[in-house]
Design a protein around this ligand. Structure first.
Ligand code: BEZ
Ligand code: FE
Length: 288
């Protein structure tokens, strides 16, 4: 005889229906989702209206997504889920560079550029030079390491947010470290910026009186043969919002001084006007 679906039997009934899922990891994940969702519903006790609102909200998040806008990543970011997943997966030796969120703006392939090239194709803003070296945890340099770099401009916008203002590829570059694992590039000092607030995630921030700002940063994905790649950023130490990132992505080890250099010979060495900002980011990768 069929068993009634009750508050008491609901979770076991759905979990049992998943028992024959051939992929064990999928079974584990779906079982966890069902258990936790049911627990949430029991704890909060949404009304039918509230549940409908929740469905409408997630529908709106999906409808906001296209090939240039990823509202689901944004939602995961502001709820701290992206950072939690990143932190769990980024458990590495203390020596390795910390990871942080990918964010929704890694949406186009960065153009390959020579070391020393500028990723700024516009010429506004405070000139900035980024130098560094990619090494393994034992200090061995990693020649040929690949560095995918992207950043917002000095007004706090990514190229894909301003297709009529910025050429695609502005603020982006794919670099290959030299035979010593060293790299450098020129850019402009990025600005802090609000995450997009014109969609459902913006509404959530509004309704919870949270600000939408991220401190100024430059994104990196760094990989080298035989090593686990790292997705990370460096943060400008004197940027507003360094203590209250809307997506919880700041880690102390990733906060860097972008030193103001007012020295013509230094500026000439890097081919930038004086004064300029200079920062260094040494990246340590763990063997795979
Ligand atoms: C970003 O840094 O590009 C970013 C990360 C999370 C949410 C929005 C933007
Ligand atoms: Fe960013």
């Amino acid at each position: 005889m069929a068993t009634d679906f009750t508050e008491e039997t609901a979770t076991d009934a759905v979990v049992a229906s998943l028992a024959d899922t051939p992929d064990p990891r999928l079974r584990e994940i779906l079982t966890g989702v069902v258990r936790h969702l049911h627990e949430l519903v029991r704890e909060v006790g949404p009304t039918l209206d509230e549940w409908e609102q929740a469905i409408d909200y997630l529908t709106a998040v999906g409808q906001m997504c296209d090939d240039k806008r990823q509202e689901f990543i944004l939602l995961s970011d502001v709820l701290g889920v992206s950072m939690l997943v990143e932190t769990i997966n980024g458990r590495r030796s203390d020596a390795a560079t910390n990871s942080t969120v990918l964010g929704p703006f890694h949406v186009v392939e960065s153009p390959a550029r020579e070391l020393g090239a500028s990723i700024d194709l516009i010429g506004d803003g405070e000139p900035c030079v980024v130098t560094g070296r990619v090494v393994s945890v034992d200090g061995t340099p990693l020649p040929g390491a690949q560095l995918d770099v992207w950043q917002a401009n000095d007004h706090g916008f990514y190229d894909v947010q301003q297709p009529d203002v910025q050429p695609l590829g502005n603020g982006r570059g794919l670099f290959t470290a030299d035979s010593n694992g060293e790299f450098w590039f020129r850019t402009v000092l990025p600005s802090h910026y609000p995450i997009p607030t014109d969609g459902p995630v913006g509404k959530l921030l509004d309704n919870t009186t949270r600000h939408p700002y991220r401190p100024a940063h430059i994104h990196f994905i760094v990989g080298a043969e035989g090593h686990t790649p790292v997705t990370t950023h460096i943060f400008v130490s004197d940027s507003p919002y360094i203590e209250t990132d809307a997506v919880f992505a700041v880690k102390k080890s990733l906060i860097k001084e972008f030193r103001r250099v007012d020295d013509r010979s230094e500026a000439e060495k890097y081919g930038v006007p004086s004064p300029f900002r200079l920062t260094n980011f040494d990246i340590v990768l763990e063997p795979a």
